[in-house]
Design a protein around this ligand. Structure first.
Ligand code: HEC
Ligand code: HEC
Ligand code: HEC
Ligand code: HEC
Ligand code: HEC
Ligand code: HEC
Ligand code: HEC
Length: 555
């Protein structure tokens, strides 16, 4: 029945398309006139062939929004299904009807400085500890504190560790005046080597560590050209192993709206494939699986052009999952197989992987996965490099257990001054920028001063513990060098290397995190203290062995 219809439609082709465009009254009055004008579109013909889209669209909040609001080239497509329509991935396409959410998403936070290395004396992981503990990892080339969402893609292009200085800002350092906004990255940067796609450092002091997976957590411009997990597929232009320079040249937008909102149903969702994979792992071992109040997910297999792509619809907004598409620990880079010591390249699915577990489980997780990021240059220990596990830290905090979500502190409800209507500010920034609309909303008897005093104090307490953990960890590394020099052998050094792995995790996890001092003060300090204790055990092992060697030598 269905296939009969399809053939008929194919034959009718253009005629049907014309009818489709002519019918149906305007449905959408709000939000904005543009909506009403665009909505004169009957999707019946499209639904015949695109049943999954119908299921999203026909009864959803976007039912009045015409397919032509977001897809061009539809006339041709109706005549020839293989003539691929284009899809607007620019957030401005959504902004045409949702102006306030669009404007606020790319708001500038002038308090957050660009190119501000975490390893500065006042940064979250100051030197000399940082370099000594991370040597020779690529992040020692440049590792900055986060700034406004508007820049997530741009900053990735120009940071010294990603493209080896291939991409530079077109206007030189004047790019620092860019006041946020929804801009196209490739309009802002110049590719200094347009005639090749070599991925290598072009300048000393830089590294070329970017790859297609790490771009997928800044933009989803390529959503229709990427198969599930970035596995290679004939119909998908890009994969984990694609030339990252070519992918970079083809993407433009930071944080597309459809990371969090399904464009067809307008319902909440997530799209990051490795998160969807973690949530559907047969082990059922993630923090989400253990969160009885977490959103229910409904994973859909889509992909009309031959490869599978997946999205997960949520039964309500759960920002732990939505922000958790990026603000998590994930592996997005090549590494070493722990079992056979062989290099793991981008062809291996482990290069696109979310544990979605907390710090107490992570050492074992990567050992079970048989994955390590890098070999420490001094101790030779096989170590892990963290990526911002902000969501994992937030789970099981007091606020989380009380049912508070990320967006209640980072996306407050505000009033549109012109219309008086309430909307959700999409300026995801420090709550310091809107203490009244966030903290004081619930802690009604506090002043702004009290709320920021709490944030400052928790931050100070945390920084103190982190510095202590660094002292003991770097001392352990120094003692290791001394022991090795004294001739202590692998029967002692190997168990110490294991301790290095664990102590490093319980420190690095936190320096890679953002806001952990506040999000979960208990977990952070317990873990930093644990790091210290493990370093001290290792130091004792090294000192004893060194003394024994020297004692022998003295005899
Ligand atoms: C006769 C069946 C048929 C009809 C009618 C039809 N489509 Fe399609 N559509 C297809 C097929 C088949 C593909 C996959 C084409 C390919 O493999 O390149 C496709 C692909 C698409 C894509 C591209 C997806 C991508 O991965 O880039 C979009 C968007 C789309 N259709 C939208 C529409 C809209 C909007 C309408 C109604 C105006 C419509 N289609 C009507 C069969 C149809
Ligand atoms: C042509 C206008 C138009 C465009 C373009 C548009 N929307 Fe909408 N959107 C609407 C209308 C109309 C509604 C229904 C409003 C209502 O029910 O209050 C809506 C509802 C929504 C909602 C649901 C709000 C709720 O109450 O649950 C979200 C989320 C949303 N849109 C996101 C998006 C995103 C993301 C895009 C771009 C991919 C987009 N919209 C593009 C008109 C549009
Ligand atoms: C697509 C990935 C992605 C998603 C989804 C995402 N973020 Fe971010 N976020 C980033 C990146 C990358 C940065 C740093 C950008 C830079 O430095 O250029 C950042 C920066 C931030 C900052 C610092 C901004 C400032 O003004 O200093 C906050 C706060 C933040 N994110 C919170 C959130 C919250 C809350 C959510 C969910 C509602 C979220 N993010 C969703 C990737 C993401
Ligand atoms: C990182 C996730 C994320 C991204 C990206 C995102 N939103 Fe939202 N959006 C949310 C959350 C969370 C809510 C509010 C949930 C709540 O409080 O009910 C929301 C609410 C909305 C609503 C409902 C009306 C309102 O103001 O509460 C609309 C419309 C909307 N977003 C449009 C957009 C548009 C347009 C974009 C891109 C310019 C966008 N969103 C990008 C997470 C996101
Ligand atoms: C508000 C914007 C918006 C509207 C309205 C919209 N689309 Fe899409 N569409 C997108 C985006 C963005 C994608 C990319 C995939 C995604 O986000 O899941 C997409 C993807 C698709 C695909 C590819 C699906 C697949 O299996 O990979 C098809 C087919 C499609 N749209 C058809 C339609 C049809 C038919 C309509 C009208 C009934 C429609 N779209 C309305 C934004 C929209
Ligand atoms: C109860 C309030 C609250 C909740 C809920 C909350 N945060 Fe935060 N967040 C904060 C505070 C306070 C800071 C520290 C801000 C500062 O010191 O400027 C912060 C900092 C951050 C930062 C670093 C910002 C920067 O400027 O470096 C990110 C990223 C972040 N939070 C993301 C999240 C995510 C993701 C969630 C949900 C899993 C979340 N937050 C939940 C209050 C909250
Ligand atoms: C949506 C409501 C909500 C928001 C927004 C919120 N809080 Fe809370 N906060 C709570 C609740 C409820 C508790 C009590 C949790 C408990 O004791 O079980 C709490 C507890 C706390 C605690 C004690 C935590 C502990 O570990 O002992 C501090 C400190 C705190 N909030 C500070 C803040 C600050 C600062 C902000 C703004 C950045 C903020 N809160 C935003 C609801 C909120």
């Amino acid at each position: 029945m269905q296939s009969l219809r399809v053939t008929k439609i194919l034959r009718m082709g253009l005629t049907l398309a014309l009818i489709a465009f002519a019918s149906s009254p305007a449905l959408a009055e709000k939000p904005g006139k543009a909506a009403a004008k665009k909505a004169a579109f009957d999707a019946t013909a499209c639904y015949q062939c695109h049943a999954p889209i119908k299921a999203f669209h026909a009864d959803g909040k976007h039912k009045s929004v015409g397919c032509n609001s977001c897809h061009d080239g539809i006339d041709k497509h109706m005549g020839d299904a293989k003539a691929r329509p284009t899809t607007k991935v620019d957030p401005a396409a959504c902004g045409a009807c949702h102006a306030k959410q669009f404007e606020t998403l790319y708001t500038m936070n002038w308090n957050k400085i660009a190119r501000s290395e975490k390893s500065q004396a006042t940064g979250p992981s100051p030197n000399p500890a940082w370099e000594k503990l991370m040597i020779p990892h690529g992040f020692t080339k440049e590792h900055n504190v986060p700034r406004s969402h508007a820049f997530m893609l741009m900053d990735q292009f120009v940071v010294d560790r990603a493209f080896g200085s291939r991409f530079v800002p077109k206007d030189g350092w004047q790019y620092l005046t860019q006041p946020g906004g929804n801009f196209k990255v490739n309009d802002m940067v110049k590719d200094q080597y347009p005639d090749n796609a070599d991925h290598k450092p072009f300048k000393p002091g830089t590294a070329a560590a970017a790859n297609p997976v790490c771009l997928s957590c800044k933009t989803q411009d390529h959503i229709l050209d990427w198969a599930y997990m970035g596995d290679p597929a004939p119909t998908a232009k890009w994969s984990r192993s694609s030339k990252v320079v070519e992918l970079a040249r083809s993407v433009n937008h930071a944080l597309n709206c459809f990371f969090c909102h399904d464009p067809h149903s307008a319902g909440p969702r997530v799209v990051r494939d490795a998160l969807i994979q973690a949530l559907s792992r047969p082990e059922k071992d993630t923090l989400w699986h253990k969160d009885k109040d977490g959103a229910k997910i409904d994973i859909k297999n889509l992909g009309v052009r031959g490869h599978t792509r997946k999205i997960a619809l949520l039964d309500r907004y759960d920002t732990k999952l939505q922000c958790g598409q990026c603000h998590v620990e994930y592996n997005c880079n090549p590494g070493t197989d722990l079992e056979n010591g062989k290099a793991i390249g981008m062809g291996d699915q482990r290069t696109n992987h979310f544990p979605f577990k907390d710090v107490t489980q992570i050492a074992k997780h990567y050992s079970d996965l048989k994955f390590r990021d890098f070999k420490h240059a001094i101790t030779g220990a096989m170590l892990w490099k963290g990526q911002h596990p902000d969501v994992e830290n937030y789970y099981n905090s007091k606020h989380q257990k009380a049912g508070v979500e990320c967006h209640q502190c980072h996306m407050p409800k505000v009033k549109d001054k012109k219309t008086g209507k309430t909307y959700t500010s999409h300026w995801q920034t420090s709550p310091r920028n809107y203490v009244k609309e966030t903290c004081l909303n619930c802690h009604g008897d506090w002043s702004e001063r009290q709320a920021t005093y709490v944030m400052d104090s928790l931050s100070a307490r945390y920084q103190g513990k982190a510095r202590k953990a660094e002292f003991w960890l770097t001392r352990m590394v120094d003692k290791f060098e001394e022991a090795k020099g004294a001739g202590v052998d692998d029967s002692v050094l190997n168990p110490v290397r294991e301790k290095h792995y664990e102590a490093q995790i319980n420190w690095e996890w936190w320096t890679a995190s953002n806001g952990a001092a506040f999000h979960n003060p208990e977990a952070a300090v317990d873990s930093l203290n644990k790091s210290m204790a493990i370093s001290q055990e290792a130091i004792k092992m090294l000192e004893d062995a060194t003394a024994a060697k020297r004692g022998l030598a003295a005899k």
